[in-house]
Design a protein around this ligand. Sequence first.
Ligand code: NAD
Ligand code: IPM
Ligand code: MN
Length: 352
Amino acid sequence: MITINLAVVPGDGVGKEIMPEAVDVLTAIAEVHGGLKFQYEWYPYSCEYYIEHGKMMDDDGIEKLKNHDAIFLGAVGNPKLVADHVSLWGLLLPIRREFEQVINIRPAKLVKGVSSPLANPSEFEFVVVRENSEGEYSEVGGRIHKGPDEIAIQNAIFTRKGTERVMEYAFQYAMQRRRHLTSATKSNGIFHSMPFWDEVFHSMTERYPEVDTQSIHIDALSAFFVSKPHTFDVIVASNLFGDILTDLGAAVMGSIGIAPAANINLNGKYPSMFEPVHGSAPDIFGKGIANPIGQIWTGKMMLDHFGELELGTKLLNIIEEVVADGFKTPDIGGSFTTKEVSSEIIKRIKML
Ligand code: NAD
Ligand code: IPM
Ligand code: MN
């Protein structure tokens, strides 16, 4: 019996609604396998936790989470209770940092039964490999001069190690797919980091002659995600560019509520974290209509991570069948609730 010891952090907003559903899905799929078991430990870390305790997680929160094989996270953020830069830099971002989850894998594809906002979408299936530990997300900088002369300075940090690491991962990933890699750049408008990013990318192309490569400025690339998403296979992007591109990719799929993601620790020293692309969706929280598919598909990525590829494929097939059969929440044009969609998924898992 393989036991996966999971830390479950529902977090805020719709994270609290979709997490119990996704956990039930995981339990059901593990039963199909027979030799796999998930063990769950739930953590209440969230903005409400902050209001009660003055911090987003326990002082030894990182130590506690470290003892798990993986972290399954919903979403963090309730700007009405706690400012985003406090909540996110108090929970989500420290987890990514401390556990060296340096790669964020975010796939997007046309899903049967989900209508893309594109008028005539061709089949597309691409993956954004997002640098997840540095770049534009940095604590270096500050605010000087109060009043009308105030200046906020934000320094982006691009290390050679971090840049080579994400590109190496993306090239390897492309080698296992259609061998086509796009680098998201902005070397025409950003003076230091992006010319450096391009240099590292170009030097690596020589090591992977089998991979067809292109560099596209992030502004044009955003347009191409809409006008010709079928032309992409793997896209490598800095932290902020990857963040923005993946909400766009999700929108082109039809809803941010279905987009999955995985924060990967590469050296095996710490747990990886699985959380969907979307946030806590305060505008729909409490209505029971949040789409659970982003979280459940993220669970599929976790199965893949633990080598359970066949099981992961079965789960994704069921997700797609359920959606194609019309079990859809309002964000993708249906009128089903969170629970109705996940219950249908579980029902079909049990029929496997
Ligand atoms: P958001 O992703 O929460 O919401 C954007 C839009 O997508 C909203 O209209 C929302 O209703 C919709 N949406 C999101 N998830 C959905 C789902 N599962 N089903 C149906 N519709 C869904 O982005 P935001 O409004 O910018 O952020 C809200 C809060 O979440 C903020 O505090 C933000 O910082 C935080 N956030 C957290 C994460 C994370 O924890 N990984 C990611 C993004 C945003
Ligand atoms: C994401 C989110 C986070 C990010 C925020 C909430 C810090 O938008 O996971 O995409 O920017 O990485
Ligand atoms: Mn984001």
